[in-house]
Design a protein around this ligand. Structure first.
Ligand SMILES: Cc1cc2nc3c(=O)[nH]c(=O)nc-3n(C[C@H](O)[C@H](O)[C@H](O)COP(=O)(O)OP(=O)(O)OC[C@H]3O[C@@H](n4cnc5c(N)ncnc54)[C@H](O)[C@@H]3O)c2cc1C
Ligand code: FES
Length: 281
């Protein structure tokens, strides 16, 4: 069992927990993730390592409650434990000086872009951050991102914080203004990552995306996380999760992500009915 040492509510349905996992904390690098099980009967889900504290032997996980497992995780508090945590998994983000890097996180993707932005800054890049959310209450980690980026832009769909619009609108403006951009790194909902890749492609701006296909074992054995990149089949858990955004077969990824929608919705509804977590979450 892996104890939760701290818990924080960052926004409606977005929570942060610190979990004791000293071996993972020692080795984790930006861009990597863990696979956890909340309980012995629970499914395995991947979550990005948002931060780590080697001294305390903890890793921070930030997650959005969207279904059965994330709702169950969100009900745990400091002092509770999760059943399993495996990692660090996936290739770390390469610590390279590119020049100017635009680091984009959409929704809970802000949690995933934070360690990447920090790392790029530490290795000498000029980092421009863009975080996006539907509305002000869902904007997370603005302060932390401000500290990790030379410039930070916030975009909300309804204009309640930062500028009104999508992260792609901000990126488009930067490109059109003639800002020299050497790398765009994006993480968030698949339609957002696809829109970013489509925007940067005609300008020839290198674009890395961190993909979020369904994962089960995280070791390249089960095939669940299969994605097509260029003409090659890749397993995001061991070959990724980062890939060239201009090469990703987006339609296939969207179709594979929705393969279990009916089962997922049923599981979530059953879970809510049984634990009445709507009232307690
Ligand atoms: C490498 C990686 C890193 C991730 N990091 C984060 C993170 O830091 N924070 C965060 O909130 N989310 C993250 N996710 C997504 C997270 O794993 C899903 O939100 C979670 O599995 C949903 O499970 P659920 O039972 O709550 O919801 P469900 O209702 O079961 O599923 C909702 C949706 O989540 C996705 N999903 C479901 N099961 C899985 C699975 N086993 N693997 C991947 N996706 C799944 C599907 O798109 C599905 O339609 C990451 C995904 C990947 C692949
Ligand atoms: S999660 Fe099983 S092969 Fe990647």
């Amino acid at each position: 069992m892996y104890p939760i040492t701290a818990k924080e509510v960052l926004a409606d349905s977005i929570k942060k927990i610190e979990v004791t996992a000293p071996d993972i904390a020692k080795r984790a690098k930006a861009g990597q993730f863990v696979i956890i099980r909340v309980s012995s009967k629970g499914e395995r889900i991947p979550l990005t390592i948002a931060d780590k504290n080697e001294k305390n032997g903890t890793v921070s996980l930030i997650f959005q409650e969207i279904g059965k497992t994330t709702l169950a995780l969100g009900r745990l508090n400091a002092g509770d434990s999760i059943m399993d945590i495996v990692g660090p998994l996936g290739h770390p983000t390469e610590s390279v000086k590119h020049g100017t890097v635009v680091a984009i996180g959409g929704g809970v993707g802000a949690a995933e872009i934070l360690p990447v932005s920090r790392m790029y800054r530490e290795c000498g890049n000029d980092v421009i951050g863009i975080i996006g959310a539907r509305t002000r209450d869902l904007v997370i980690l603005e302060r932390e991102m401000t500290g990790s980026c030379g410039r930070l832009f916030v975009a909300t769909d309804d204009g309640s914080a930062g500028r009104k619009g999508f992260v792609t609108d901000v990126l488009k403006e930067l490109i059109e203004k003639g800002d020299k951009i050497d790398l765009v790194y994006a993480i968030g909902p698949v339609p957002m990552m696809r829109a970013i890749a489509n925007l940067t492609k005609p300008f020839g701006i290198k674009t890395v995306v961190s993909l979020n296909p369904i994962m089960i074992d995280g070791t390249g054995m089960c095939g669940a996380c299969r994605v097509t990149v260029g003409s090659e089949t890749k397993f995001a858990c061991v070959d990724g999760p980062e890939f060239d955004g201009h090469q990703v077969h987006w339609d296939e990824l969207i179709q594979r992500l929705s393969a279990f929608k009916v089962n997922e919705n049923n599981a979530t509804e059953n879970y809510k009915r049984v634990c009445k977590c709507d009232q307690h979450a």
